[in-house]
Design a protein around this ligand. Structure first.
Ligand SMILES: [Fe+2]
Length: 175
């Protein structure tokens, strides 16, 4: 049985060479709004959330780490490739029950998770060395990540926040 309740592609993550350059371009050409740009001490590699309207993010920029040892990169998962292009494609499952059933289906079927499941937000438990947990800039969504047959990382999430005012997950947003 396939997942039920998959509503839409909710956001995409892309690898970028220069995060300020990408932010500037998407703001000035496409008219997207900044939610937050995060790096140290919250994340080792920089990450930037931008949005069209009020959902926390519609695109996420992941800055390519130019220092990384490229011979050790895992090419079976776009989320680990550090090359320009897709990082992940995220599907929204609005109902928590459907999201939990999809998660359970993956567990029972032995579909491997490349990341998660976890709560992608400030309210989650922080684990030293794992910047995917308890990330202060996260949208509060519950998410898990698998790959398609070509290694494209797919995220399935529920409960993303909206940005209507300043808060810890959107400290200095464009409005
Ligand atoms: Fe995502």
């Amino acid at each position: 049985m396939p997942f039920e309740g998959v509503h839409r592609v909710g956001h995409v993550g892309i690898w970028v060479k220069d995060i300020e350059k990408s932010l500037d371009w998407y703001r000035n050409v496409v008219g997207l709004k900044l939610t937050g740009l995060w790096g140290e001490p919250y994340r080792k590699d920089r990450q930037c959330f931008v949005r069209c309207e009020d959902w926390h993010h519609d695109i996420v920029f992941f800055e390519i780490n130019k220092e990384i040892d490229r011979t050790t990169l895992d090419s079976s998962d776009t989320g680990k490739r550090h090359t320009p292009g897709v990082h992940h494609i995220a599907f929204e499952i609005p109902a928590r029950e459907d999201w939990l059933n999809a998660l359970e289906h993956c567990k029972k079927s032995g579909i491997p998770f490349v990341s998660g499941p976890y709560v992608h937000g400030h309210e989650a438990k922080y684990v030293e060395g794992d910047d995917t947990l308890g990330f202060v800039g996260g949208s509060g969504s519950h998410a898990f990540y698998i790959t398609d047959p070509d290694g494209n990382r797919l995220e399935f999430y529920t409960w993303m926040m909206k940005v209507t005012k300043e808060c810890v997950a959107a400290p200095n947003p464009d409005f």
